[in-house]
Design a protein around this ligand. Structure first.
Ligand code: SF4
Ligand code: SF4
Length: 434
């Protein structure tokens, strides 16, 4: 698949066949590449854009998927394209439009349009596609702007820290089985990210957890602070979908200020993980998430070169206040003067004063399923113990409908939206650095 020229004589049905083969293997990266080839070569055919839409949605690019399916439907509308549009609406959280459109599908079916090319995958409309399962509540980072960090600038939330642990392997297995059997997640469409506020590679039975997911056909990903080097067997790498390397700069000085790790060791760990896992067959993505602070802006270029030499991706994001209470204390002016001075001298905050929550903003966290290391359902990634709404209880006691219902009725989310907290983090991370 690396060489597109292999497909220079392939017909449209050939490429559709290859696309379906990639989907069956859960090889979304190559499926996405084939879909791009299809639109390059057969951009005047509705099927090419339909397939492009499927690939973009499955690789978490719902806005781009929407443009692609609209383009397909401008060429030709089929019941399948309407069904795909519904899925994309759901990925974007446009549930009203999705419901409305469901009714139109029946109408389209009445048209009895012959479908010349069928897509093999079975879809599950309602299952959560983006899942965050904290397998290690524990982190060894010293980050001052993180609720888990040893040096958190507003002090540590002791209640939260005390309850943090590694997920129990048997309970993890039980919970994943429950999620699949109750169609809360779908092995073919969901990706389980194995982190939230902890370092997943610290889990003493990390590979056992991966093996559970792999045996059940579930794809997974994780973000790591790269302080630990993990060797993984080829058996579990088949279902690894994405790896993020979180970096706090590109010098020892920057690392001393934030993560507190040996910078050379971090670089070595990243290099080894990329080489080792690629050699063992991993074909998914590696991305450096470079957190931009005032003091490490000039190091961005070196980070970009490092990523380019390794042939991995890099994204530059504004470092932010990681944790509900931390962020709230900044925006409602309850943060101490000392902590505020530190934020002012390290974070890039000049645009914070202009952040305004748009009316009708819908919290994107509603579309994620977030589970902590006690296997409890959380309202979102940002909550901490001690808040009025931290957990809804064990997720293995709930059906899909109960989960959706509990989240819909959560009063705390209304309060959160009222003070704009559901928007701040999103706005900061979404602000382009370069
Ligand atoms: S930002 Fe990441 S590495 Fe730092 S303390 Fe928080 S979870 Fe750990
Ligand atoms: S509204 Fe606030 S508490 Fe509710 S899911 Fe969104 S960010 Fe979390």
């Amino acid at each position: 698949m690396e060489n597109h020229q292999n497909f220079s004589t392939a017909t449209l049905p050939d490429l559709v066949k290859f696309f379906n083969e990639m989907l069956n293997k859960n090889d979304l990266n190559n499926a996405e590449r084939i879909s791009s080839l299809l639109t390059e070569r057969f951009g005047d055919h509705y099927v090419a854009w339909h397939i492009r839409a499927i690939a973009l949605r499955l690789t978490n690019q719902p806005k781009e998927a929407l443009s692609a399916i609209e383009r397909s439907m401008r060429l030709h509308v089929t019941p399948d394209s309407l069904a795909e549009l519904i899925r994309i609406y759901q990925s974007l959280g446009f549930y009203d439009q999705a419901d409305q459109l469901s009714k139109n599908i029946a109408k389209a079916q009445e048209l009895k349009q012959p479908l010349t090319i069928q897509f093999q995958r079975e879809w599950n409309f309602n299952a959560y596609k983006n899942v965050y399962f904290e397998i290690s509540g524990i982190c060894n980072g010293k980050c001052p702007y993180c609720v888990t960090g040893i040096n958190c600038i507003i002090g540590r939330n002791i209640e939260d820290i005390k309850a943090r642990k590694f997920v129990d392997v048997d309970e993890f297995k039980f919970t994943i089985t429950h999620l699949i059997e109750n169609s809360i997640i779908s092995p073919s469409e969901s990706v389980v990210q194995l982190y939230n506020w902890g370092e997943p590679l610290l889990h003493p039975h990390f590979e056992k957890l991966l093996s559970i997911l792999t045996k059940k056909g579930v794809r997974y990903g994780f973000s790591t602070n790269c302080s630990v080097l993990k060797e993984l067997s080829p058996d579990v790498l088949t279902h690894l979908n994405n790896v993020t390397f979180s970096m706090s700069g590109f010098s020892q000085d920057s690392y001393n200020r934030i993560h507190g790790f040996d910078f050379e060791e971090v670089k070595q760990n990243i290099t080894q993980m990329v080489h080792l896992w690629r050699k063992l067959g991993y074909r998914g993505s590696f991305t450096i998430a470079y957190h931009v602070y005032q003091f490490n802006i000039l190091e961005c270029q070196s980070a970009a070169k490092f990523a380019s030499d390794l042939r991995i991706g890099v994204s530059f994001v504004h470092a932010t206040l990681n944790g509900y209470n931390l962020m709230r204390s900044y925006f409602d002016d309850t943060m101490s003067r000392e902590a505020l001075k530190k934020c002012g001298s390290e974070l890039i905050t000049y645009f914070y004063k202009d952040i305004k929550r748009p009316e009708n903003y819908r919290c994107p966290q509603f579309d994620n399923l977030v589970i902590n290391e006690h296997c409890e359902l959380l309202p979102c990634c940002g909550v901490e113990r001690g808040m009025p709404l931290y957990s809804f209880g064990k997720i293995a006691d709930m059906t899909l409908e109960e989960i959706k219902d509990k989240r819909l009725k959560a009063d705390f989310c209304k309060v959160c939206a009222k003070i704009g907290m559901d928007y701040f983090g999103h706005a900061i991370l979404g602000k382009k650095v370069f």
